[in-house]
Design a protein around this ligand. Structure first.
Ligand SMILES: [Zn+2]
Length: 380
């Protein structure tokens, strides 16, 4: 089997030969009639669940993790940071063990897992900044506790999202940075001083900037402007059209510049599911046709339910950026942040897709992970 297309980032016509489900050869050809684009497989550094699987329930198994990741391949996401959120000590241990075991069971799953994102539990206890994280498990930074988790995680925790105003957070950030972990600010009620202190200690990212925040805040100064204006911080953005209104997503990309932005899905288990009413985290939630998850009968968002590819489409639509720029926000940018960009050159992890500019639509044709054809639209 052969695929033809052009590489998105440098517009080179290529032909990809597949045999026995693996890429045998990728060669440049003089020209092609194909309208297919060939781009790196998508990279999502914040995934809490997908296709009905939730990484943060006590019943999560290594098989669930594997099935969830294979489902992500079907929608173009080739790399991810499974995200473990605020919970009890044992609850977090359980999720970490399931992810590590999944990587041990299947080398292609291990290939796909860039690292684990620990979001919490060292975050703000305040309503608003805390988001949907359970209050009873929110606490202050504890290096011994973190090290126990990192041991269980086999050293795979590579991003920690925390609130820098927590007591002891600044020395804690320094230790994380010394250990090669990307520190992200999020679910925070930080002052300008707290944010500057975190930056000086080596924090690099604002997690889902503009979300995990109070519904109402002072117009300025506030922690959103302070992070938006800090050139040392990158920002991850949930561009699903609900978490950030289109004008906010556009303004943040302009203010941060695309060099310091990246897209995340922040998907929960309902991503990849049909619209309807579901029970999620003990609450009734509605997943709408527009991929918005709300607590039933309210306007409160209860999580994100998009695939990362939809964030790319929305970025083109909302922020008036090119397809190439938008894809970069979900491939090169997160790999750069995690210092893993070389993997995009030395390994074969690709998506092939058609772009419909009138509908702002990515129509996925194939996903290749670790040189294996893990999804092919026509074979479904
Ligand atoms: Zn969050």
């Amino acid at each position: 089997m052969k695929f033809s297309g052009r590489t998105l980032f440098n517009n080179i016509p290529v032909e990809i030969t597949i045999a026995e489900g693996r890429v045998q050869e990728i060669r440049e050809v003089p020209s092609t009639d194909s309208t297919t684009w060939v781009a790196p497989a998508l990279v999502d550094i914040q995934v809490n669940g997908f296709a009905g699987f939730d990484l943060n329930v006590t019943t999560v198994t290594p098989e669930d993790v594997c099935t969830m990741i294979r489902a992500l391949w079907q929608v173009g996401t080739g790399f991810l940071c499974p995200t473990v959120v605020t919970g009890s000590f044992d609850g977090i241990c359980n999720s970490l063990r399931a992810i590590v075991k999944a990587c041990e069971m299947d080398s292609l799953i291990a290939h796909s897992v860039l690292g684990i994102h620990l979001e919490g539990p060292y975050i703000s206890a305040e309503d608003g900044p805390r988001g949907a994280h359970p209050l009873e498990h929110v606490r202050g930074p504890d290096w011994d506790e973190f090290q126990r988790w990192q041991d269980i995680a086999d050293g795979k925790i590579s991003i920690v999202t925390l609130a820098p105003e927590k007591k002891g957070a600044i020395p804690f950030i320094k230790k994380l940075v010394t250990n090669g972990i990307v520190v992200a600010l999020g679910h925070t009620n930080a002052s300008a001083n707290d944010i500057q202190g975190a930056i000086d200690a080596g924090a690099k990212l604002s997690t889902h900037l503009g979300n995990g925040a109070h519904a109402l805040i002072r117009r300025h100064p506030n922690y959103i402007w302070e992070q938006l204006g800090a050139d040392q911080l990158w920002a991850s953005l949930i561009v699903d059209g609900h978490h950030l209104p289109p004008a906010v997503a556009k303004s943040m990309m302009r203010a941060k510049t695309l060099d310091r932005c990246l897209l995340v899905s922040d998907a929960i288990a309902l991503a990849g599911m049909e619209p309807g009413i579901y029970q999620f985290a003990g609450k009734s939630v509605e997943l709408t046709e527009e991929r918005c998850v709300r607590l039933v009968g309210t306007e409160y968002l209860a999580g994100s339910a998009i695939e990362l590819a939809r964030g790319i489409e929305n970025s083109v639509r909302f922020a008036d950026i090119s397809l190439e720029e938008a894809v970069s926000l979900a491939t090169l940018q997160p790999m750069h942040l995690l210092d893993a960009k070389a993997r995009l050159e030395t390994e074969t992890n690709l998506i092939l897709f058609e772009w419909d500019p009138s509908q702002f639509k990515i129509n996925l044709i194939a996903t290749i992970v670790g040189a294996e054809l893990v999804y092919h639209a026509e074979a479904q």
